[in-house]
Write a protein that binds this ligand. Structure first.
Ligand code: FMN
Length: 341
């Protein structure tokens, strides 16, 4: 991964987000600002798994000019190896293994973040995948399952497999999204891992990006929900690192973004259905509306039809006031982002 790192600033990466960072989202984001690379939503791996065709489109139809890693989630070694080989047939920058997903249904099966409870199994999986993957092989993890005290032992395992990159979401699985992130544990990894370390969690604006980097000296920053909320964020952060002026988008820019996303999602849906489309927009708007206008937030929760969606977005956003740089300080969605500052 060293060869993908910019020389004049930390790398900026779009976080994988299931049911959000698909091909339409990446396209819409790319029209506003680009990360240095992407990571797909996870490909589920189990004995009967087949590569998800919709997620594959984000690889095979990627026209952004930026590399994309394919992420896998699972615990079954022969099928992880099989899937890595199948994915290698596509134009990917590398394979990433998910060791962080906190969803109970995933953890119960000892996949994603659930694997962090079984360091021996992590050791075995990393060994098998490292042997099987000739190209870049990276890992995305949290800092433990129950407590960050588990992290040093996990780092020892990561160190022993010459992985090409390690992304760390600075929370435990038990923390889910409800705590501030822990830059000190990311720093521990930066100081002890031979590969580039990418810091992740709660980057929502240029100040949180600069602060997370300052506290960790990480090779890069991965941004997820902050980039849904503000798709101009990658360019803004680049400018901030390079000492250039940072642009301030307006509510009307946000309206254009939401409409662009809605159009792309409707066009690319495997089978367009009004209800599903509205549900999908609601899921995305949760991250966008936080702190914009309480009436807008409530109306979005209640909306049922595309017509309602259209008119309420226009009613609340069609004006040129600048967007707030930060979510509300007590935001439940971006919980504890202020602690990075
Ligand atoms: C809706 C949603 C879906 C996610 N899906 C994935 C996923 O498929 N793979 C993964 O490694 N992490 C996934 N994550 C975690 C993010 O990649 C990221 O680690 C987390 O959101 C913290 O970063 P942020 O504060 O910048 O959003 C998901 C997060 C959210 C909110």
């Amino acid at each position: 991964m060293l060869d993908l790192l910019p020389t004049d600033r930390p790398a900026l990466v779009l976080a994988p987000m299931q049911d959000v960072t698909d091909l339409p989202f990446m396209r819409v984001l790319a029209r506003r600002s680009l990360p240095d690379w992407f990571v797909t939503e996870y490909f589920r791996v189990h004995p009967d798994s087949r590569l998800n065709k919709y997620i594959l489109r984000s690889i095979s139809e990627n026209e952004t000019g930026r590399p994309i890693f394919a992420q896998m989630i699972g615990r079954d070694i022969p099928n992880l190896v099989r899937t890595a080989r199948e994915l290698a047939e596509f134009p990917i920058a590398g394979i990433d293994l998910n060791l962080g997903c906190p969803a109970p249904v995933v953890c119960r099966k000892d996949a994603g973040g659930g694997l962090l409870r079984h360091p021996d199994q992590v050791h075995e999986i990393l060994g098998a995948l490292r042997d099987a993957i000739p190209g870049r092989f990276t890992v995305k993890t949290r800092i433990g399952y129950h407590t960050p005290d588990e992290f040093p032992a996990l780092l020892e395992i990561f160190r022993s497999h010459s992985i090409d990159g390690l992304t760390i979401h600075g929370r435990t699985v038990a923390d889910r999204y409800k705590t501030p992130v822990r830059p000190d544990f990311v720093k521990l990894a930066v100081d002890t891992m031979p590969c580039p370390v990418i810091a992740n969690g709660n980057v929502v604006d240029t100040a949180t990006a600069l602060a997370f980097h300052e506290k960790t000296s990480s090779a890069g920053l991965m941004v997820g929900r902050g980039a849904i909320r503000n798709p101009w964020l990658f360019d803004q952060i680049k400018s901030a690192f390079l000492g250039k002026p940072v642009t301030t988008p307006t509510h009307r820019d946000l309206l254009d973004y939401i409409m662009d996303l809605s159009t792309e999602l409707a066009r690319e849906a495997p089978a367009y259905d009004t209800l599903l489309h509205i549900q999908r927009m609601k899921k995305t708007l949760v991250y966008i509306c936080d702190g914009i206008d309480p009436d807008f937030e409530q109306a979005v929760r209640r909306m049922k039809t595309p017509e309602e969606f259209d008119s309420l977005c226009r009613a609340h956003l069609d004006h040129s006031a600048p967007l707030p740089a930060l979510p509300p300080s007590e935001s439940r969605i971006f919980c504890g982002f202020g602690d990075l500052l």
